[in-house]
Design a protein around this ligand. Structure first.
Ligand code: GLP
Length: 245
């Protein structure tokens, strides 16, 4: 694993954007795996800025998002499709038919999950997967103790994730309890991965995920076995790993 400790949140986003931009420049039809949450917003801001300066062209880029809540309409500002349009897709020249977010409103979530997995495969697989990390070590919505061999699937959210994500909703009861997510296996099949973390609230999980045991109770720990992972954290999130790298 490679580690980058950036000085703050914006620098973390810039470091991540450099890696994504290098891929977009060298492989104009690359397939990006994208994440939501508050963490990657500085990355998306930087990518939009590079696009606006004329330095990046997304016209042949494809993307697949990690996950989506079940049951939120796409017009709900907490749905992940809304988030992606608001923070990235509506500000760059990626084609509508080329970006994908799982459909959490499908009447058959099992079929939707299979179809999503097949679309990723048919696109040639993911070149760079962007990840955040939940305070309990979840990646996408792969909660602790999810089997490492799972591909895209429907899942329930743990109490800790509902608690962590309630800050985005009016009240806790509004947080969906289910989601559709790429599985750990889907994520591990990506050709390269960047995982981002910011703030002191993530310092413990960053240490246990990347310097602790590889165990299903810490889903992100499996990334230690991937051949091309870059962990990009800010000073606060990197506080407990700096002496190990
Ligand atoms: C959500 C998403 C994850 C994300 C995590 C962390 O649960 N499903 O993909 O990594 O939250 O969010 P944040 O970046 O806001 O801390």
């Amino acid at each position: 694993m490679n580690f980058i400790i950036a000085k703050d949140y914006d620098a973390m986003g810039r470091a991540a954007a450099t890696i994504v931009a290098a891929k977009v420049l060298t492989k104009p039809n690359a397939v990006l795996g994208l994440a939501t949450g508050s963490t990657p917003i500085s990355l998306y801001k930087e990518l939009v800025a590079l696009y606006k300066k004329g330095e990046l062209d997304f016209s042949n880029i494809k993307s697949f998002n990690l996950d989506e809540y079940v049951g939120l309409p796409p017009t709900n500002d907490q749905s992940y499709i809304y988030f992606m349009k608001d923070n990235l897709f509506d500000h760059i020249n990626i084609k509508k038919e080329n970006y994908h977010v799982p459909n959490g409103n499908s009447s058959n979530l099992e079929d939707e999950a299979k179809h999503y997995e097949k679309m990723i495969k048919d696109a040639g697989g993911i070149d760079i997967q962007v990840l955040g990390i939940g305070p309990n070590g979840h990646i996408g919505f792969n909660e602790p103790d999810t089997k490492f061999e799972k591909v895209t699937h429907e899942t329930g959210l743990t109490e800790s994730t509902i608690e962590a994500n309630k800050r985005f909703f009016n009240k806790k009861e509004d947080v969906p309890t289910k989601a559709i997510t790429m599985g750990i296996k889907t994520i591990m099949m990506a050709k390269s991965i960047i995982i981002l973390a910011t703030g002191k609230g993530k310092a413990d999980i960053v240490k246990s995920a990347f310097f602790g045991d590889i165990v299903p109770s810490v889903p992100a720990s499996i990334l230690q076995l991937h051949h091309n992972v870059t962990v990009i954290v800010d000073t606060e999130a990197g506080e407990k790993i700096k002496k190990h790298i």
